[in-house]
Design a protein around this ligand. Sequence first.
Ligand code: AMP
Ligand code: ZN
Length: 115
Amino acid sequence: MEECIFCKIAKGEIPSERILETENFFAIKDANPKVKGHALVIPKKHYGTLLDVPSSLLGEFFETAKQLALKLLEKEKAEGFNVVVNNYEVAGQLVPHVHIHILPRKKDDGFRMNV
Ligand code: AMP
Ligand code: ZN
């Protein structure tokens, strides 16, 4: 996937500030934050959707999301957070390299998710 933006970030071809990093994953701030502190957990290897991630990596994937959520709750002084994974274009996936969104939430932050 030569053109994939998250592969380029993973390889360091596009510079990024990593909020945290594990053996197989890293987290960065979302370039277009829906709320303050909005960040993404991204696998270093290219997997299209959650269905392509090997089951052996799912624990580390969600543990990294948990650690990111803890960090963002503290940093943003947030009172809660949403975890979102969009899979396939029809579900709103714009970058075809799977990622977990963590959205720190505060009362009256104006963000609405109708799930
Ligand atoms: P999704 O709709 O789930 O595929 O979300 C893709 C997310 O990636 C969006 O929230 C974008 O703002 C974000 N994004 C796209 N390009 C970059 C980038 N170069 N660095 C950080 N975030 C990005
Ligand atoms: Zn990729």
